[in-house]
Design a protein around this ligand. Structure first.
Ligand code: NAD
Length: 451
C-alpha cells in the first residue's frame, strides 16, 4: 500500500514537471519501446510458450505484430493529432477563435487480463503514453512469465515515475483501485468490470471497460460455406478459443447445417491434424480452474467432433457440440475455450430477437452475401463491433475503434481512438481585446429586439 502511494507521488511529481507534455519526448519513448520489443522478441515467445504453450506464429500475429503497427501509426500521426483543432466560432463571439486542445488526463491505471497478456497490456499503454500521461500497468497474475517480461522490457524504456508495471493479483489490483487516478482503463470480465466501475465512481474517475460476452456467429443459407468454415474455425480456435471476440456460438440455417458441419470438421483436421494435442499450433487452456469450468459445459452426448480432454495438460480438443438449445448451460456463460455449440435456425427475424433478448455481445459475425440482411444485422442488433463474412479481423484494424456496448463494455481504443481515450478535450475560445460588443451586458432593456 505504502509502495503504491510513494510511486503515485513520484508519478505525480513527474507529470507536473511537464516532461510528458513534450510531443517529441513521447515520440522518442514510443520508438524506444518498439526497439526494445524487437530486440527481445525471443523472450516474449518463450514466456507465452511457458504460460500456455502458445505458438511463436500466433504470438507474433496476435500479440507483437499488432503492437508494432500501433506504434508505427502513432509515430506517423502523433504530431498532427496533438495539434489544437481550430473549429468555427459563432459571430456572437466576434472577434474570437475556437480551439479544442487534447491534453493528458494525468495519471492512468491500466489493468489487463491473461488471454493476450502482452498485447492487452501494451496496446493501451501506447495510447496512454502517446497522450502524455504517466501510467501504472497491472498485468494479469495468471500469465506470470509474460508479466515478468513486460516488467523487464518496460523498465528498459521508462523510469518508474513515468511508466511502472506492478505485478500481483486481486489484492494488488484492489489496492491500486483504492487510490485516485485520473483515468482507469480495464480489460477483463464483466464481474470485475463492475468492481472497477464502482471503485472509479468513488473519485468520479473516467473509465474504459473492455469486457467480454457471448459473441454470436451466424451462417445464413446463402453463405459461401467453404470460406465461412475456414474463417470460423480459425477465429474460434485461435489462442485455444481464449479470445474475447471469438465466435462463442454458431447459429446456422437448417438448410445448410449438415453440409456446413462437414466443412467445419474437415477444416479443424486440416488446421490442427487428427490429433491437435500433438500439434504445436494449438495452445492449452490457461489453468486447471478454467479447464474444469469449460469441461463442465461440454455435454459429451452432443459432441460431434473433438471432445477429447486431458486435465494433466489442461488440454481440450477443438470441439463441436450439436443440437444445442438456448437453455443449455453452455449458452448461459461466455465459453472462453475451444468449444463451439451449434444451434440451427430457420427464421432470420427470430434470431435477431433472440440475440437482442440477451446481454449485448462484444462481437457479432454474419456470413451471407445478402446486403439487405447484412444491413439489418448491423442496424437492428446491439453489439460492440464485428465482421460480415469473417471473424476477429475488425480488431486488427487500428483505424477502427475497438470496444463493447452495454454488458460488453464502454469506451473504445486503438489508433486515434486510443489517443482520444487518453486525452481530455479542452475547449478554448481566444478573444481579441481591441473590440468588445456590449450587447450581452446589462442593462438589457430594449436589447431583446436586437437578437
Ligand atoms: P478478470 O476480470 O478475471 O481479470 C482481469 C484483471 O483484473 C486481472 O489483472 C486481475 O488480476 C484483475 N482482477 C481480478 N479479480 C479482481 C477483483 N476482484 N478486483 C480487482 N481486480 C481484479 O479477467 P480474465 O479472466 O483475466 O480475462 C478474461 C475476461 O476478459 C473474459 O471475460 C474476456 O472476454 C475478457 N476480455 C475482454 C477483452 C476486450 O478487449 N474487450 C480482451 C480480453 C479479454
Amino acid at each position: 500500500m505504502n509502495d503504491i502511494k510513494t510511486l503515485l507521488e513520484k508519478q505525480r511529481t513527474f507529470f507536473l514537471s511537464g516532461t510528458t507534455r513534450k510531443v517529441k519526448d513521447r515520440l522518442k519513448k514510443l520508438k524506444q519501446l518498439k526497439k526494445v520489443i524487437k530486440a527481445n522478441e525471443e523472450q516474449i515467445y518463450e514466456a507465452l510458450e511457458k504460460d500456455f504453450r502458445k505458438s511463436d506464429f500466433e504470438t507474433y500475429v496476435t500479440e507483437i505484430g499488432l503492437v508494432y503497427e500501433e506504434i508505427n501509426l502513432f509515430v506517423k500521426n502523433l504530431e498532427d493529432w496533438s495539434e489544437p483543432e481550430n473549429v468555427r466560432t459563432p459571430i456572437t463571439n466576434f472577434k474570437g477563435s475556437s480551439y479544442i486542445y487534447s491534453v493528458p488526463y494525468g495519471q492512468v491505471l491500466i489493468i489487463s487480463p491473461w488471454n493476450y497478456p502482452f498485447y492487452l497490456a501494451i496496446m493501451p499503454l501506447i495510447g496512454a503514453v502517446a497522450a502524455g500521461n504517466t501510467v501504472i500497468v497491472k498485468p494479469s497474475e495468471i500469465t506470470e512469465h509474460t508479466s515478468k517480461v513486460i516488467k523487464d522490457l518496460i523498465s528498459m524504456v521508462f523510469d518508474q515515475a513515468h511508466v511502472a508495471i506492478i505485478e500481483g493479483g486481486v489484492e494488488v489490483s484492489q489496492a491500486l483501485l483504492a487510490e485516485r487516478f485520473d483515468y482507469i482503463f480495464f480489460t477483463g470480465s464483466e464481474v470485475v468490470g463492475k468492481i472497477v466501475a464502482k471503485a472509479a465512481a468513488e473519485y468520479l474517475t473516467p473509465v474504459t471497460l473492455e469486457l467480454g460476452g457471448k459473441s454470436p456467429c451466424i451462417v445464413d443459407k446463402d453463405a459461401n460455406l467453404r470460406i465461412a468454415s475456414r474463417r470460423i474455425v480459425w477465429g474460434k480456435f485461435l489462442n485455444g478459443g481464449q479470445t474475447c471476440v471469438a465466435p462463442d456460438y454458431l447459429l446456422v440455417h437448417r438448410d445448410v447445417k449438415a453440409k456446413f458441419i462437414e466443412h467445419l470438421k474437415r477444416d479443424i483436421e486440416r488446421f490442427y491434424s487428427h490429433d491437435p494435442k500433438t500439434n504445436h499450433d494449438f495452445p492449452r487452456i490457461i489453468n486447471l480452474k478454467h479447464f474444469e469450468r469449460i469441461t463442465k459445459l461440454i455435454d459429451q452426448n452432443k459432441v460431434i467432433a473433438g471432445g477429447v480432454i486431458d486435465a494433466d495438460e489442461c488440454y481440450i480438443a477443438p470441439t463441436l457440440i450439436d443440437q444445442v438449445i438456448w437453455e443449455d448451460p453452455i449458452m448461459r456463460e461466455e465459453i472462453f475455450g475451444p468449444v463451439l455449440p451449434i444451434i440451427e435456425f430457420t427464421e432470420f427475424n427470430r434470431i435477431i430477437d433472440q440475440i437482442n433478448q440477451r446481454p449485448e455481445p462484444l462481437a457479432l459475425y454474419y456470413f451471407s452475401n445478402n446486403p439487405q440482411k447484412q444491413n439489418r444485422i448491423i442496424q437492428e442488433v446491439s453489439f460492440g463491433g464485428g465482421c460480415i463474412n469473417d471473424t476477429l479481423v475488425h480488431l486488427g484494424n487500428t483505424h477502427l475503434p475497438f470496444g463493447g456496448v452495454g454488458n460488453s463494455g464502454m469506451g473504445a481504443y486503438h489508433g486515434l481512438n486510443s489517443y482520444e481515450t487518453f486525452s481530455q478535450k479542452k475547449s478554448i475560445i481566444k478573444k481579441a481585446t481591441w473590440i468588445d460588443v456590449p450587447l450581452r451586458y446589462p442593462p438589457y432593456k430594449g436589447k431583446l429586439s436586437l437578437i
